[in-house]
Structures are given as structure tokens and as C-alpha cells.
Design a protein around this ligand. Sequence first.
Ligand code: KIV
Length: 254
Amino acid sequence: MKQQGEKIAMLTSYDYTLASLADAAGVEILLVGDSASNVVCGNQYTLPITVEEMIFLTKGVVRAAQHALVVCDMPFGSYQVCEEEAVRNAIRILKESGCDAVKLEGGEEILPAIRHMIQAGVPVCGHLGLTPQSVNQFGGYGLRAKEDAEADKLVHDAKLLDEAGCFCIVLEKIPAALAKRVTETVSCPVIGIGAGNATDGQVLVMHDMLGLNQGFKPKFLRHFGQLGEQVISAVSNYVAAVKDQSFPNAEESY
Ligand code: KIV
């Protein structure tokens, strides 16, 4: 698709029902992101979610995917300790969830783990730029790689991931010009979120783009629906119908 100039649509998914709809709508990559920690579990950060929880969520998405490739995020702590543990966890995620690939955050510092995973037969998607698992190092979720030194390191990291055999790289919240530079430099597809439109594809968090996560509206996010409002309206209509006893009516009763 990169070679043919066809853009790749990636979207996060965390459950069977919504993943089935996204798959039917033509999404090419369903990412079971560790953003599940935020949008599914209600945590402030992605850090608390576990390998077991990611496997549980990914199983539902795998059952839903008729066409899409399913990628599961490796959660914080599952690949940073040592290469051996990283490969063990990656293999466990692939075997138990049935997903096609894993994604992990970072560049040169996790390269040995990535190399071993790929050698072991686990397809790996990289993730550079804003890497939410490093929120405590960054001190927030601001734009990354504004300065030359960080931008150059990012390009260097992207080349290393590409050479190591990553099948794609996610770039999060970096200047559009830098994302273009990376996209033109590496041979694997580059998927952006908050990284402009020169990348080979885009990814968004499903709950954010559907407008379910009403309080969250960073500059890069477009609401492609207002499902939050629709859910509130539908549920309040249900509550009212229960209270005034118009639900269930005769046709809805046995
Ligand atoms: O966890 C996630 O949802 C992600 C995307 C934002 C790329 O990593």
C-alpha cells in the first residue's frame, strides 16, 4: 500500500462489537491499544494495564476481525526489563490472544528486544514520538521532537526500527514536516496520529473519533461522530420510558 500510495486506515478497538463494525467499515489495522487503560478502564495513564488484560481484550477483537490485521500493544513493564522477558511476553500475547502482531514504544533502547521478537517470528510495529508509557519521563503529553536534537534522534530510531524489520511504525504527536521526513526515509509504512497527513496512514483512538470521550479534544483529533451525545439521549429516553411505564409496551411483552 505504501508503494502504491494507498493510505492505510488504522483504528483502535477493544471489544468484539465495535471491532466488528470497524472491520466491516474497511479499517485495515485494528490496534488493541494500551489506551484501553484510559478509555476502557478509566485510568489516567496507560501504565497500569497488564498483559493479561491486553490478552483478554485482544481475543474479542481477533474474533471480530474478518479482514483487518490485529495488532496488540505490549503494556508497560512487559518488554523493558530484559530481552528474554520481552520475547516471552510477545510470544505469549501472540499465542493466547491470536493477534497478528505486537506494538511497542521506543527506539534504540529497545532494539535488542525488537530484533529477538522478529527473529522469533513475532511481527513488530514500532512507536516513536509521544510514547505515553514514558509520560513520567516526558512530564506530560505535549508535542515531541520540536527541537533538532530530538528530531534527529527520532529519524535515527526510525531507521533502526525499519532495518530491524518492523513492519510499520506509528509516529505520535510530532511536527508534520518531521513525520514526512521519516515517511520518506524508511521503507516500512508509517502511521501517524497527530503527525500531519504525509504519513502512509493514520490511526485514532476509536472512542475519541466517535465522540464518546467527550472531554478530550486535542488539536489533532477530528470527531467523525457524536456518539457520546447519542448514547446520553438514547439512555435518557430509556430511563424516562421505564419511569413512565411506556416500556415495555404490549408488543414488547410475551
Ligand atoms: O494505545 C494506543 O491507542 C496507541 C495509539 C494512540 C497509536 O498507541
